[in-house]
Structure formats: C-alpha cells, structure tokens
Design a protein around this ligand. Structure first.
Ligand code: G
Ligand code: G
Ligand code: NA
Ligand code: MN
Length: 255
C-alpha cells in the first residue's frame, strides 16, 4: 500500500525514467535495428525499484495504462530529439501490458502520441507478451488488427517462455519474435536449447518474421546465433540499457 502511494505519486510527478537498450544487426555490432525503452523508478527512500516489481503493481492497482501512455510519449519525444540532433535511430520499441489491449481507444491513443511528435507508425515497435496473443477477447483481437492495419509492428516478447501455442503465430499479424534470454543462455550447454532455437529461427523465417535474440552476453552466443541466421540481437555484449544521453556516443563508437 505504501509502495502503491509512492507509485501514484511518482506517476503524478513524472518521476519515472526510461533507459534504452540497443538491438543490433547481427552483421555489425553498432548498427541499430531499434532501441528498447525500459522503465526505471528511483524511489526516494528505497532506491531503485525494478520493473519486475512496479509493473505488476501498476497492473494490479489500475495505473498501468496511464503509465504506459506516458512512457510512450516520453519514448517518442526522445526518438524525435535524437533525430533532431542528427542521431539516426531507426525506431523505438515500447513494452505494452495486456491490460491496455482491453481498451477500445488504444490504437487511437498510440496514434495520437506519435502524431504529437511528428512520428509515423513505422517509428515504433510494440512489444507484447504471449498472454496478449492468447487473450481471446474480441477487443484484444480488434486492437491487434487495427494497430497492424495502421502500420505498427508488433513484437512478441519473451518468446518461448509462455504457453506457446504455435497456432496464433500465423493467425495474428506479428512481425517480430523476441527469443527469450533463457534459450540464449542455454545455447552453450544444451542440445535441446540449440535445437529449439534452430526451429524458432526456421519458423520465423518461413512466416517472414524478424527474430531478436535477447540476453546475448558472450561472443560465442553471438557467433552461433549469427551463423544460424538470427538477424538481430540484444544484450550486454553490445550494450546495457543506456541513459538517453549515452546513446549517440555508443552509436558513434566503431566495432
Ligand atoms: O531491465 P529490465 O529489468 O528492465 O526489465 C524487466 C522487465 O520489465 C522486462 O520484462 C520488461 O519487459 C519489463 N518492462 C520494463 N519496462 C517496461 C514498461 O515500460 N512497460 C512494461 N509493460 N514492461 C516493462
Ligand atoms: O522485456 P524484457 O524481459 O525482455 O526486458 C529485457 C530484460 O532483460 C531487461 O530486464 C534487461 O535489463 C535484461 N537484459 C538485457 N540484456 C541482458 C543480458 O545480456 N543479460 C541479462 N541477464 N539480462 C539482460
Ligand atoms: Na520487452
Ligand atoms: Mn524478454
């Protein structure tokens, strides 16, 4: 309850921040595919509270949609600002909660946030989890279709950890799969993880989807994924989540 009050307060004072983690092409370590916006909350007394704590809290107490729209606005403003400064960031990837898909006005609100900053639907990637895909509510499906029709790319986050049903992959307009870091971390030690990853890459390729491997930490993981056709990677090997001011410097570094 105390934490809920602080979160309401932080939201009212706009005291949350975003960091951005590069997603890079597997062919060149500093060539961007997109950057993922990750929410950060520095609590005045407790210090940093991880999103794994405050996002579920925001969902429970009904603050998540407001929080998400504000973070989306912040991420759009940041993208526009980088570009004005001559820093060519292709797009920003934003995490959406399944709760937001229960709102019929979702697509209009997202479109309005972009328009405010002179951005196009192609400038953002909307990351959703498998639970959104499995949600059979008509309003959720209608939002997915509408966002797709308007040109937004939908990315399936944490792929492989949920109730994975392969059937929705071809029924729903998903353009990107994010292979969960659990698979990436098991690549070296597990024949099964390698076999599953090869299958995911093959399915995604057949369906015309981009795969983003998450949690890439070692050269060996990078090399294995690259030679098996994984086009995009994200992880500490390339960059930690960065403060916005640090991104241009990171991009300008060779290698
Ligand atoms: O670095 P990391 O601790 O940032 O993120 C932990 C988890 O919190 C990730 O699963 C990420 O998707 C989630 N997360 C981070 N920022 C946001 C956000 O703005 N909205 C939602 N819904 N989830 C987020
Ligand atoms: O939305 P999602 O769960 O995918 O968010 C990505 C999470 O993974 C964030 O918490 C981010 O800080 C974390 N992360 C990003 N790169 C790495 C990495 O290389 N290794 C590990 N262990 N975590 C990472
Ligand atoms: Na994510
Ligand atoms: Mn993930």
């Amino acid at each position: 309850v105390a934490l809920e009050r602080s979160l309401r307060d932080a939201l009212a004072r706009k005291a949350l921040t975003l960091q951005y983690q590069p997603q890079v092409l597997s062919t060149g370590a500093h060539v961007l595919h997109s950057v993922e916006a990750l929410a950060r909350w520095h609590h005045p007394e407790r210090g940093p509270v991880p999103p794994s704590e405050f996002i579920p809290l925001a969902e429970e107490v009904g603050l998540i949609h407001e929080l998400t729209l504000w973070l989306l606005d912040t991420a759009c403003a940041q993208l526009a600002s980088w570009r004005r400064a001559g820093c060519a960031v292709p797009s920003v990837s934003v995490n959406l909660s399944g709760r937001s898909f229960h709102r019929p006005e979702l697509a209009d609100q997202i479109s309005a946030a972009l328009a405010q900053h002179g951005l196009q639907p192609g400038d953002v990637v909307l990351e959703i989890t498998e639970s959104v895909m499995m949600d059979a509510r008509p309003v959720t499906l209608a939002n997915i279709e509408l966002l797709h029709q308007r040109g937004f790319r939908l990315s399936l986050d944490d792929f492989g950890t949920g109730y994975s049903s392969l059937s929705y992959l071809h029924r729903l307009p998903i353009s990107e799969l994010k292979l969960d870091k659990a698979f990436v971390q098991d690549l070296e030690g597990s024949d099964a993880a390698r076999a599953l990853t090869v299958s995911v890459l093959s399915i995604a390729h057949s369906l015309g989807m981009v795969v983003v491997a998450e949690g890439v930490e070692t050269r060996q993981q990078h090399e294995w994924l690259r030679t098996h056709g994984c086009p995009v990677m994200q992880g500490y090997l390339f960059a930690r989540p960065l403060d916005p001011a640090a991104l241009p410097g990171w991009l300008a570094r060779p290698g």
